[in-house]
Design a binder for this molecule. Structure first.
Ligand SMILES: Cc1cc2nc3c(=O)[nH]c(=O)nc-3n(C[C@H](O)[C@H](O)[C@H](O)COP(=O)(O)O)c2cc1C
Length: 178
């Protein structure tokens, strides 16, 4: 796991090769094994592999969602907000586990933020995605994770780039030392 964590970078360029059924099944299993507050499992996921829908999803925002057009799979990470007040946290955990599982399968992925973002001056990115995919209004959309075979090689963050000054020891005014 630590090797996967060291090498993980967001991948926004994909070869176009479709995923194997088994890979998708492993990704789904990962999502459904994610821990949730009080084990409520408020999340729901829409798997999109239709090229036309991927292309439309890529326009969910003016900036930052374009890479979804080239993804083999987009996982729309949603949750029923009436089931849990911490659905955002639950969705985030499922999403990052999905990204790590994708990496472990030799795939690349990137997060496209939807919640709190605009599609244009009139409608939110969330409304756009809900309308496009027929998602009911109480099923909130947090993010879309684009997944595919990487067509770019990202350099892992070097150890000396890590922001150790953000880590404190016992008290906020004492830096943690290795
Ligand atoms: C909550 C969250 C929202 C993000 N939203 C977007 C996004 O909308 N579009 C995008 O291209 N990348 C998005 N990213 C990816 C970040 O830009 C990326 O993780 C960050 O620049 C660090 O790069 P790395 O993942 O390669 O280490 C998001 C990441 C997180 C955690």
């Amino acid at each position: 796991m630590i090797e996967l964590i060291r090498k993980r970078r967001s991948v926004r360029s994909f070869t176009g090769q479709p995923l194997e059924k088994e890979q998708v099944a492993l990704l789904v299993e990962t999502l459904l094994r994610a821990p949730t507050s009080r084990n409520i499992n408020p999340w729901e996921f829409v798997l999109v592999d239709d090229a036309e829908l991927l292309s439309k999803l890529s326009t969910a925002k003016l900036h930052g969602s374009g890479f979804l057009k080239g993804a083999a799979l987009a996982v729309v990470v949603c949750a029923d907000e009436t089931k849990s007040d911490v659905w955002v946290e639950d969705c985030s955990i499922a999403a990052i586990l999905l990204q790590m599982a994708a990496q472990s399968l030799g795939l690349g992925s990137c997060w496209a933020q939807v919640r709190q973002r605009q599609h244009d001056t009139q409608i939110t990115a969330e409304q756009f995605v809900q309308d496009l995919l027929g998602i009911p209004s109480q099923i909130r959309v947090e993010a879309i994770i684009g997944v595919g075979y990487p067509a770019e090689k990202r350099t892992p963050l070097a150890a000396d780039q890590l922001q150790y000054a953000k880590v404190r020891h016992n008290r906020y005014d004492i830096l943690w030392k290795q």
